[in-house]
Design a protein around this ligand. Structure first.
Ligand SMILES: [Zn+2]
Ligand SMILES: [Zn+2]
Length: 308
């Protein structure tokens, strides 16, 4: 998806992205016409504005045109406030694992702008130049809503902070599962025994601690299905070992092969474990990093600026 409008504010030497500090306008897929930059159009407000001492009625826009223009400007300022996407590129030195996203522009994407927020998003967005690409970073059930994050994630910020940010900037109260169940921050997420999923209804099974602490071979769900916990745990451990090897090879091996192994591990965890689970978040983060490095990036030659 390319934006209908974007603005680049930094000059970089990335792999073919930002060329200069400039305003750039793309073909509008809605109107099907190429938009022109302000001033290029002889009928644009910039060239049609009256000169000093000249009567607006004689050569300038009519009051009706000014009203239309002011309404359009107000509308777009409001749209940008709530619907524009920051356009980042990955920046760092040599070791790609340490690259971090830095915003280099902002764009309006009419389709992606329809996506709602979740503090546990389904999609990760990365940018190839100004083309936005969304990739799933967890299992998405058929027919369920696909969400992105509006800059806050459940495992990095407490619920109160996320809610305040979202209410202040986007004017809504987040009702995502992470907020409704007050999922913990990453360092507080359970990492000894996961909450298993029912193999029948896919719901969360009772925690092992609630069953007396002993790991049973099977757990029976309220739906009547019996899930073979020990068998699933054995499959999880095998998958985790492949994941650990892939993480050691990264980034000195074929990135696509490593990403496939990470995605396979994520799928295995999706099948057997109900969130939140620390290993799941770590695997997701590595996958996001690999996805983003498929997009725009550039080496920083001087000092890396502090986090924004
Ligand atoms: Zn939320
Ligand atoms: Zn069940």
């Amino acid at each position: 998806m390319v934006p209908v409008f974007w603005f680049v504010w930094s000059q970089t030497t990335s792999n073919g992205f930002c060329e200069s500090l400039e305003q750039t306008v793309s073909t509008d897929p809605v109107a099907g016409q190429a938009r022109t930059a302000p001033g290029d159009n002889p009928e644009s407000p910039k060239t049609a504005a009256p000169s000093c001492g000249e009567s607006p009625e004689a050569s300038g826009p009519s009051s009706k045109q000014l009203e239309t223009l002011s309404l359009a400007l107000t509308h777009h300022l409001q749209v940008i406030q709530c619907n524009a996407f920051a356009i980042p590129e990955m920046q760092g030195k040599e070791d790609f694992r340490t690259y971090v996203p830095r915003d280099v522009g902002v764009g309006l994407y009419p389709v992606h702008g329809l996506l709602n927020h979740s503090c546990d998003p389904d999609l990760d967005l990365c940018f190839h130049g100004n083309t936005m690409v969304g990739r799933a970073v967890k299992g998405v059930a058929k027919g369920s809503e696909i969400c992105v994050d509006y800059g806050v994630l459940y495992f990095t910020q407490p619920r109160e902070v996320r809610q305040t940010t979202l209410r202040t900037q986007y004017y809504f109260d987040c009702m995502c599962p992470a907020c409704m169940n007050d999922w913990p921050l990453w360092q507080d997420i359970e990492c000894t025994v996961p909450t298993f999923r029912c193999g029948g209804c896919r719901g969360a099974l009772p925690r092992v601690s609630a069953l007396g602490g002993q790991l049973p071979t099977h757990i029976e769900c309220s739906c009547g299905h019996e899930t073979p916990i020990m068998r699933n745990l054995s499959e999880l451990n095998a998958s985790h070992q492949r994941y650990a090897i892939a993480m050691q090879l990264r980034p000195n091996s074929d990135n696509s092969a490593i990403v496939r192994t990470l995605i396979e591990h994520l799928r295995t965890m999706d099948r057997f474990i109900a969130p939140p689970w620390r290993d799941y978040v770590s695997c997701q983060s590595s996958i996001k990093q690999s996805f983003r490095l498929l997009g725009s990036w550039h080496h920083v030659l001087g000092e890396i600026p502090p986090p924004e």
